[in-house]
Design a protein around this ligand. Structure first.
Ligand SMILES: Nc1ncnc2c1ncn2[C@@H]1O[C@H](COP(=O)(O)OP(=O)(O)OP(=O)(O)O)[C@@H](O)[C@H]1O
Ligand SMILES: [Mg+2]
Length: 457
């Protein structure tokens, strides 16, 4: 542990010197200030682990300092010094978040005892965090949260595939965690100390993408003023992650196929044949089989990429992970924004559990980040969630009126589907054969819809 930093703010010189000497003797690094203003400005420059302040200072109230410290640096523990007989103010200070208090006059032994107790508590807290992390590891992998059976299968696949060099194709809707899985595979693999290089194939036009992937020689095209290494070369000895692979143009598809077959390529405008040792992971939100049928994706390339397929389930198909993920993001953002948030109200939880999440985990993450940023209280209420989540349980008429409002198509469609099927089932008094006929779908499809959309009969 690094040297503990302590600051004392007190207007009495004797008190400052006594405390300073005693603590320096114990091996702490100590600063002191005689006024609140000076103390705070010193603190802002160089925050300390423990701050000891008198409640009554010539220029400021110690409580004010306490509140200020709690907002700018909540980890700092504040010890309040109160005058003999003013127990009320000590109580107020503790309520405002002081860690402990001392009543004047006190001995240095008492002070040291208080500090040691605080340190012990901090240590316990840290141990607690470590333990929690270990539990999270058992839930997930490399920061992946979720313990649904579908995710457990994904973790197993990641474990297995990371021990090989096989090409992996990750497919899944937008926001399901494709990039996170690619990260996990690389950092679990033997290549973890090698480079992990990412390319977003949809971000660049064909010619630029080609030179991005394979590099170019000086003068290969206008603007190629010097030789440049491509991402394949940069990833040598490591992993190359090609995101949005479904967007590759036919020309680049051919080149990629050759690299996969022969492990060889040339820089754009170059003659030298290069070969690299790269593990390839690809991801797409498109259905590549459909792309093949449409003639937009090469079948031979597909089979080369799809050596190990990983299909990430949409969030609505693993609802048991919704609240787990919500808790995870709640903790992440409240820590980041320095807010104290205890959780979600029951109503908010119910709404989240019913919402179809067309944007999957990213949508959940974004809505919680926004809710936490704007939150005044300590609990996220239903009203803090976006409109589409709140309206999800609305009756069909209101829904249709509202449907004119802008919302993702997938949400509108699945909301409508659910409400509509429900109303047909009501008409047929729950008779599924009849309802399926009216809806023009098979009984099997109806069953699947009932399950998927969580329709209550
Ligand atoms: N299992 C998970 N546990 C915790 N956070 C997750 C998990 N899966 C995804 N996330 C988070 O959700 C967000 C979206 O994940 P990611 O970028 O990996 O998705 P994606 O499938 O690549 O999305 P897109 O198709 O839109 O590129 C990220 O912020 C990521 O941190
Ligand atoms: Mg992505």
């Amino acid at each position: 542990m690094s040297v503990l930093k302590v600051m004392i703010i007190d207007d009495e010189p004797l008190m400052r010197i006594t405390v300073q000497d005693a603590l320096i003797n114990e091996g702490y690094q100590v600063t002191s200030a005689e006024t609140g203003k000076k103390g705070l400005s010193l603190f802002k420059e160089n925050p300390v682990d423990i701050l000891i302040t008198d409640l009554r200072l010539p220029d400021q109230d110690g409580l004010h300092i306490l509140k200020e410290i709690r907002t700018i640096h909540p980890e700092t523990q504040v010890i309040i010094i109160t005058a003999y007989g003013s127990i009320d103010s000590a109580v107020t200070a503790m309520k405002e978040g002081a860690s402990d208090y001392l009543t004047k006059p006190f001995s240095m032994d008492e002070l040291l005892l208080v500090i040691r107790r605080l340190l012990r508590m901090k240590q316990l807290e840290e141990e607690n965090v470590l333990l929690r992390e270990r539990i999270e590891e058992r839930f997930g992998l490399e920061g992946l949260v979720g313990k649904s059976p579908q995710m457990q299968k994904i973790y197993d696949l990641i474990e297995t595939v990371s021990q090989t060099d096989a090409t992996v194709l990750i497919q899944g809707e937008s926001g399901t965690g494709k990039e996170m899985v690619a990260n996990a595979i690389h950092f679990k693999s033997l290549r973890k100390n090698g480079p992990f290089v990412k390319v977003n194939c949809s971000a660049l036009p064909e010619t630029l993408l080609e030179s991005e992937l394979f590099g170019h020689e000086k003068g290969a095209f206008t603007g190629a003023i010097k030789q440049r290494k491509g991402r394949f070369e940069m990833a040598d000895g490591g992993t190359l992650f090609l995101d949005e692979i479904g967007e590759l143009s036919p020309g680049v598809q051919v080149k990629l196929l050759r690299v996969l077959q022969e492990r060889k390529f040339e820089r754009v405008g170059g003659n030298e044949t290069l070969s690299v040792n790269v593990r390839l992971i690809c991801a797409t939100q498109k259905d590549l089989k459909e792309e093949i049928q449409r003639g937009d994706f090469r079948e031979d390339l597909y089979y080369r990429l799809n050596v190990v397929p990983i299909q990430l389930p949409p969030l609505r198909e693993r609802r048991e992970d919704i609240l787990l993920l919500a808790d995870h993001f709640l903790e992440k953002f409240s820590r980041k924004m320095g807010k104290e948030i205890t959780g979600l109200s029951q109503e908010a939880k119910t709404l989240l559990l019913k919402y179809p999440f067309p944007g999957n985990i990213r949508e959940l993450e974004n809505m919680l980040e926004r809710a936490i940023a704007l939150l005044k209280g300590k609990v996220i209420q239903a009203g803090d969630l976006p409109e589409e989540v709140c309206e999800n349980t609305m009756p069909i008429q209101t829904l249709c009126e509202k449907i004119q409002a802008s919302r993702p198509l997938a949400t509108a469609v699945s909301l409508f589907e659910k409400e509509y099927i429900q109303s047909v089932l009501e008409k047929t008094k729950g008779k599924k054969g009849q309802a399926a006929e009216l809806l023009g779908i098979s009984r099997k499809t109806l069953w699947e819809k009932i399950k998927e959309l969580e329709i209550e009969i």
